[in-house]
Structure formats: structure tokens, C-alpha cells
Design a protein around this ligand. Sequence first.
Ligand code: UN1
Length: 502
Amino acid sequence: MPTTASEVKTFSNFIDGKWVPASSGNTCENRNPADTRDLVGIFQRSGAAEVNQAVEAAQAAFKKWSHVPAPRRAEIIMRASAILERQKETFSQDMTREMGKVIKETRGDTQEAIDCGNFFAGEGRRMYGLTTPSELPNKFAMCTRNPVGVVGMICPWNFPMAIPSWKLFPALVAGNTCVIKPAEDTPLSVYNFVSALTEAGVPAGVVNIVTGHGAEVGSPLMEHPLVRAISFTGSSDVGRIIGESCARTFKRCSLELGGKNPMIVLDDANLELALEGALWGAFGTAGQRCTATSRIVLQKGIYKKFVDELVRRAKLLKIGNGLDESVDVGPVVSKAQLDTVLGYVEVGKKDGARLATGGNRVEDSEHTHGFFIEPTVFTDVAPKMRIAQEEIFGPVVSCIPCDSLEDGIEIANDVKYGLSSSLYTRDVNRAFAAIRDLEAGITYINAPTIGAEVHLPFGGVKQTGNGHREGGVGAFDFYTEWKAVYVDYSDRLQKAQIDRPE
Ligand code: UN1
């Protein structure tokens, strides 16, 4: 339903526990991509001044927050998770409204944040350091994990609550303070998430939100001298800029970037299972996951049967407003995304791939106000074609034939990315060979490339990132600094490396 301007709420930045409008007086609209007449909210178009205020608030809050015992901080996180659970339906509906993915998936997104909170709340009573023997007598050696300081977080729109939760929960349990920049398309979900944190008792200044455009908010955040670390999820092109900037100012920097995730299906696979997985992996979230199945590499014996059936089923998927429970595929997030995806369809056609189904914007009377694209399958795709090499981030999948597992793995690995990967086979030997040889941070056997769980490491190799992982205890490798501690109780000067028994 279209919303009239008078019903629309204006959100200010959230800085030091207060609502602070942008000093420029400029704002950005948040519109529903399923029906752009529906104005979801108005958000501040902030700049360096607001970033500065937020970072200073986070810096001022750091000492006190970092001294709160981790188990106490974790109790707050546990309460926040419970609040998210209580608000799950409302927050999920808000999320579908602001970015389009279907309601069962936004419920999954909110659930992922709840799971993440529960996991990291438990870590408040672990966050293990280590002890180790000293080489000297009567000397104790241990390592503790200390917070890093003020962390800047730059978030994507495709998992508007789950991904901020991967960043905020471990950062907070570890004792950091944060400035978060939501994606321009999905600020409401970050407000909803932070409202749960605030209600749960996170003190003023510990989490601050500054909304606006990447160049205007992200850049001053990554360049700010008081920010000690930047966590970014988004495109490889932007990741490169952030990585370079952070290198210049010696900030830690975690980059979760693109993917071109392959699903390999061998002749011996359970085809029904693989088909279901392919449809879910390729068209779930309208293909807008960095883990989306964007290449299906099929062994020749099942190639034709598989693609025929995939095409038949892709045509049956219901496209529409994600708030309708019967819809399978929602809109893409924005006009810009729509243009990018349709541009890739043209590239695929021009490069000689066969467009087996889809490829068009859906613009009948029911869909005319939204950014809907038909689920699209290209067949007879050559591995080096652009549609098989570049991240499209839309409901477009490329089917590529292969001769064998070895050939399939070679095709799978022959891209610049390495996030997720999948193999369908009933042969355990081949499964383990693929687990070893697929160049990716995540490998699924007999499941599609999407569906990571929060207590396992999430991230990729090659140009998918810079070696960090979100999720799981490994997240603390980013959100804490190791401190090596030596306690000498010998009452004499002992010289390491020099005092050695004769
Ligand atoms: C992303 O695609 O940006 O594994 C994150 C998954 C989700 C997270 C995806 N749990 O598909």
C-alpha cells in the first residue's frame, strides 16, 4: 500500500544515546522496492561532522564499557536476543518492506541475528585466552584478549539485520564501542536491531548509528584517526578502497566481499535434491546473496536432463511482493540493481550464452511499481564468459557443462572469488577430494551454496576478502588484540634467551 508523507517517520542519527539530525538538514528516502509508492522512512543524509560526533561518543564510552566484565556485557547481549525474538515478526516485516526479500527469508534473517546473539552471549563466559609455560623458572606466561577500541562498521543491504549482528555482537562482547553505517537501502533494520540493544541495556555511546551515502559517511569513518578497526561487507571494488585506506592509517580491516559460487552436480548425484538446491541457492533472496549459487557446473551425463528441469521449475516460481506468503521471489533492491542485472543479461546474450528462461523485468499491472526480474537461466555457458566470472547479484544463474569432478573443480576455481561452493554426489571419496580442492571459505556437500550457520566461520579466499572470518569464535581474532603477559615471581632479574642452564 502506498504510504502518505504524513504517516512516514523521520529517523535521526543515533549518537551517544540521543537522536541527532544531520547538520546539513539533508535526508534520504527509504522506499519499498516491491512498490516504490510506499515510503518506508526518511533517514539522515549525514557527513563527516556526524561521523566525528559519533566516533567521539564511542571513544568516550570505551573505557567504561571495556571495563565491564565480559560475562556482564554478554548478559545484555542475551537480553537483546530475547527482545529480537519478541519482535521477530514486526522486524521481519519491516525488513521485507525496506529491501524486498520474501517474508520467510526475512524471518530467517532476524533469526540469524537471534542465533548470533545467543552464541556470542555464551562467549562472554569463555572468550578464552591461553596460558603457556615460560622458558624461565618461576615465571608465568599467558595471553589475554583485549578489545580493539572504536570499531567502524559498514553494512550491506542484503542481510540487513544478520550481518550487522555478526559485527556488533562479537564486538560488544569483546568490549569494543561501535559506529555503524547501515546500507542506504536498509537503515530501518539497523535501527530495529540497535533498539533491541538499547532496550537490553547497552549504555549510551557504545553503539552509534550514522546514516547516509558511502562516500559521505563511510569515507570519513574509515579515515577517522580514533577508529581502530573497520569491518566492511560489500563489493570487492569498494573493499579495495577501504583496504587501501585502512593500510595507510594502520587500522585493522575485515573485508567480506563478492562471490561467484559454484554448485557442481555429478552424474551420480540425487538429481531431485540437486534441483531443489539449485532453485533455492540461485533464486532465494532473488540471487542477492554473496553466497548465491551463480554457476551450476553439470557433468555431461545429467546436463540436459538437469537444465530442462531447472528451466521448467524456474518458470513456475511466483514473483511478487515478499509480504505475500505464497511468493517465491521478491524484487531486487533498487533501480540501480535492476539495471545492473538486466545489463548482465545483455552481456550473456551477446557473449553467446543461451538464454533458456527469464531475462526480463516483470512489468505487468501487479508488478509495475517494483523492481522485479524473472528468474533467469543461461545454459551452454563457457567458463570464461563474463556472466560466469563476474558477480551479478540478481536472479541469474549460469549452467556450465563439465566432463568430470576434476574438470568441474577446475572450472569452479577459475574465478577471482572464493566464498562458497557446493558438490552434489553420492560418492564419499569424491566428496572429500572436493572438500580439499575447492578454493572457497565454505564448501557444502549435497546442499546449495547458501545457508551458513553463525557459529561457524564465514568468509572466503582470493578476492572475496582479506583473510578474516565473521561468525564463530574466530570473530574474536578481529575484535580483540592479543596481549602477552609475563609474571615473574622469582624475585630476581631473569633474562629471556640469555639465562640458560650450562
Ligand atoms: C550473504 O550472502 O551476504 O549463508 C550472507 C547464507 C546466509 C548469509 C549470507 N546465512 O546464505
